[in-house]
Design a protein around this ligand. Structure first.
Ligand SMILES: [Zn+2]
Length: 389
């Protein structure tokens, strides 16, 4: 179909060009035609004639008795003819339009990047204070909560509201089983248990309503709805779908939040420094994203890297051990910095050493385990990492 469309379009353009350029071309019936330029008293009239001619070609093309399935071809030709007509009428304007269109595309890409930059700030600590060891409430609507998918490992994925299609619930459950679980298992030596529950929300309104219903502080709700990709309390994960770009973003946030679930189940959730907790979750999430859409993961990484680079150049970098209040006020994605620190450890000492540090942290505490695995104190690593940025 595309070949046919391209061929027809090229044919139409060639025909238009030939009609314009050939001095011997017979005029279309009803017009004097451009071949007889001497007959036209002014450029204005030439342009008018051209316009009428182009309209006529368009009408003829539109009049061709294509059946319904060929509407695309007709539309394609119509657009092609319009382009030719506009280019003849005002080449400068067409150039401008194309530039505008290109700028709009660039703007859209940047808007997507900006969105990714703001998001990913995890209100985990603030919410943990609010909920303590409790669970996030399950959807109360019987119809939506009946559309639950259970993965073979026993993790439940639920629709949080009516707007979440069954296909997304299925896709999320499949992503958890085939991507998130093996990645988290490989990185932490443990996967989330069958207590884990993931609830999906389709819109800001639905998410806002659920957060309100859960009793979250009113002044926390807007930042959560606008700036976060998911929340995790204990073994419960809530994911808003409206901020996701594609399947790879879904894989990223599911794997990220399920990493937090494992840390919570291991009793490490509140013991690990935020940068380790978030950095490891980002590492797992990005691993999942790369598997689904490597190009998207690269774009996101380069965008966040340049944002971090700018902040470093301008001396706006926070220490890895910054307070929650400082992190919330930061004007760059602090969690990306956390991820870079974890990535630095992985690149220098390997994945096995990181897993050994996390396993050891459960027995002997974070500081002792870090010292044992990396041969330096965690505060020295934090200081040296910040200095190298
Ligand atoms: Zn997180």
């Amino acid at each position: 179909m595309r070949k046919l469309l391209t061929f027809s379009l090229v044919a139409a353009l060639l025909f238009a060009g030939w009609r314009l350029l050939s001095p011997f071309a017979p005029p279309l019936p009803g017009y004097r035609g451009l071949s007889a330029t001497a007959e036209l008293p002014s450029w204005q009239e030439a342009r008018l004639t051209m316009q009428r001619w182009a309209d006529d070609v368009k009408n003829r093309l539109m009049g061709i008795d294509y059946d319904q399935t060929r509407t695309n071809v007709v539309d394609g030709l119509k657009n092609g003819v319009d382009r030719v007509k506009e280019a003849i009428d005002d080449p400068e304007q067409v150039k401008q339009q194309l530039t505008q269109r290109l700028n709009k595309i660039v703007d859209n890409v940047e808007a997507v990047n900006d969105q990714l930059l703001i998001q990913g700030r995890d209100p985990r600590e603030l919410l943990a204070k609010h909920f303590g060891g409790r669970h996030l409430p399950r959807p109360s609507d019987a119809e939506t909560s009946s559309r639950t998918q259970k993965t073979p490992a026993g993790i439940q994925v639920l629709a949080g509201d009516n707007g979440v299609p069954d296909s997304i619930v299925r896709q999320a459950a499949e992503t958890v089983q085939t991507l998130s679980l093996p990645i988290v298992q490989a990185k932490l030596g443990q996967a989330p248990s069958n207590q884990a529950v993931v609830v999906l929300y389709s819109t800001k309104n639905a998410y806002r309503k659920a957060l309100t219903g859960a009793g979250v502080d009113a002044d926390l709700i807007t930042p959560i709805v606008e700036n976060t990709n998911g929340i995790c309390i204990g073994t419960d994960v809530w994911l808003p779908l409206y901020s996701l770009q594609d399947k790879s973003s879904l894989a990223n946030v599911l794997t990220h939040e399920l990493t937090h679930v494992v840390f919570n189940e291991q009793g490490l959730g509140t013991k690990l420094p935020t940068w380790v907790n978030e950095g490891v979750a980002w590492d797992a999430g990005m691993t999942a994203m790369k598997k689904v859409n490597p190009a998207m993961a690269r774009r996101m990484a380069s965008s966040l890297n340049s944002q971090l680079g700018r902040a470093a150049k301008e001396g706006r970098i926070l220490p890895l051990a910054a307070s929650e209040e400082d992190i919330l006020r930061a004007d760059y994605n602090v969690e990306w910095q956390d991820y870079q620190a974890v990535d630095d450890l992985i690149k220098k000492y390997g994945e096995d050493r990181l897993r050994a540090f996390l396993t050891g942290a459960r027995r002997s505490g974070v500081a002792a385990s870090f010292q044992a695995q990396y041969g330096m104190s965690i505060t020295r690593f934090e200081r040296e990492f910040a200095a190298a940025l």
